[in-house]
Design a protein around this ligand. Structure first.
Ligand code: ADP
Ligand code: ASP
Ligand code: MG
Length: 421
């Protein structure tokens, strides 16, 4: 017998029929002899709908009241799943964030997780009850509903798995695992049997939305075994216990299994960044600090930065990227400080995309970035900015070339699935 946390995303929970399928999957895991806790998302599209209501009610909404509204989507699906399980003859009970309680801090709309009390939950599971927990929500130190940020149910599931010391956290979604790149964009994408925490963390942070970034760092920190797999399966599908999805594993675990690893594990594209260029800034100490200081004070995350120095004139152009959602705020801030910073023109462009290649093989092999640049250059794709980490290279390109760039790189690094190639 194992203790398993199962998480179902929005598309898996979208409507009565889908919830019935989910209940069937949960019931089979219990019948296999496991203790089961389930974490659910709101129905697909529901959280967006609720966010829009908040915006209509008050454009500068109070995050604490926003949380009261947006957390309701998961309350509905957790109750519906418990009802459906009961109708199938299972014992099931829902546990809202405040009932567990699932404690968080008071950073409403992006709350950090505190302690999760497991006493009542464990007692209920020991009686053979399936625990159904709404993802995304908790209760703050101020005793109010708080949510964890968009896509946060993945993080809820990993946190519950860590608190329950579960043997596995299975994340069920609408694809059957983590692929070399988004399978909805590249038909030749290949499913990975395993990926390391580090690689998954990088991929999630550069745009692979299959898992929320925070859920991966939490799993890595707490040593939670995570499997990504599909809820869109028939009753005779390979059981989850045989690990048909993608397992997230430690580097050491993977090394023991797979000696001939690909240099690049995955490729991600992110269209949620915008490029800002400030021209003809005086090339003197403090000039760059005058730009990025105010952005940091306004909690605007700057990602890529390049600076071109025109030596003869003592002037420099600075280009950087910010999230599209923060572009208007960033440009307004910089416009206000035009005199103080001393730039000539500001050019903003949100028609850009960041393409990233990720793989631990980069640590031990040279020339990986060079292959990326050459592959893009051969097809005339212009690189607007570059950034790197130990296991990742990202380039900024024109958004219209996103799919082409991902496909070219996928082939160049030998990632194409054989049957589709
Ligand atoms: P859920 O509603 O279950 O949380 P998400 O929509 O958040 O599901 O995540 C699943 C989606 O992630 C897939 O439908 C797929 O389009 C996308 N995705 C992006 N990159 C990848 C990747 N490398 N592997 C698998 N799926 C990916
Ligand atoms: N329902 C929330 C969202 O759409 C949380 C989640 O689904 O993970 O962001
Ligand atoms: Mg998701």
């Amino acid at each position: 017998m194992a203790r398993i946390v199962m998480k179902f995303g929005g598309t898996s929970m979208a409507g009565t029929e889908r919830i019935r399928r989910v209940a069937g999957i949960v019931k089979r895991q219990q019948e296999a002899g496991h203790e089961v806790a389930v974490v659910v998302s709101a129905m697909a599209g529901e959280t967006d709908r609720l966010v829009n209501f908040c915006r209509e009610a008050s454009p500068l909404y109070d995050p604490a009241e926003y949380d009261v509204v947006v957390a309701s989507g998961e309350q509905v699906t957790s109750g519906l799943l418990a009802l459906t399980l009961q109708a199938m003859g299972c014992k099931a009970r829902s546990w809202l964030g405040w009932q567990l309680p699932f404690r968080t801090d008071e950073a409403y709309s992006k709350a950090r997780i505190g302690e999760i009390e497991t006493g009542a939950l464990l007692a209920s599971m020991a009686l053979g009850e399936i625990a159904v927990i709404p993802g995304f929500q908790g209760v703050s130190t101020d005793n109010r509903v708080a949510t964890l940020g968009r896509g946060g149910s993945d993080t809820s599931a990993v946190a519950v798995a860590a608190a329950l010391k579960a043997d596995r956290c299975d994340i069920y979604t609408d694809v059957d695992g983590v692929y070399t790149t988004d399978p909805r964009i590249v038909a030749k994408a290949r499913k990975l049997d395993r990926i390391t925490y580090e690689e998954m963390l990088e991929l999630a942070s550069v745009g692979s939305k299959v898992l929320q970034t925070r859920s991966v760092s939490l799993a890595m920190k707490e040593g939670v075994r995570v499997q990504v797999l599909s809820s869109f399966v028939d009753e005779d599908a390979v059981p989850a216990d045989e690990l048909p999805g993608t397992m997230i594993v430690s580097d050491e675990e993977l090394e023991g299994i797979d000696m001939e690893r690909q240099l690049i594990t995955g490729i991600a594209a992110d269209k949620n960044e915008a490029k800002v260029t400030l021209t003809r800034i005086a090339d003197r100490p403090g000039a760059v600090a005058a730009i990025f200081g105010p952005l940091a004070d306004a909690s605007i995350n700057v990602d890529m930065i390049i600076q071109n120095v025109a030596k003869d004139k003592g002037e420099t152009d600075v280009t950087f990227t910010v999230p599209v959602a923060d572009l208007a705020r960033a440009t307004a801030l910089l416009e206000e400080r035009k005199e103080a910073i001393g730039y000539f023109r500001m050019i903003a462009d949100d028609n850009v995309a960041k393409i990233s290649i990720v793989g631990v093989g980069m640590r031990s092999h040279a020339g990986i970035a060079a292959t990326m640049f050459a592959t893009l250059a051969e097809r005339g794709i212009n690189i607007l900015a570059i950034s790197t980490s130990e296991i990742k290279v990202s380039v900024l390109i024109n958004a219209d070339e996103t799919e082409l760039a991902v496909r070219l790189l996928h082939t160049a690094y030998g990632l194409d699935a054989k049957e589709a190639a």
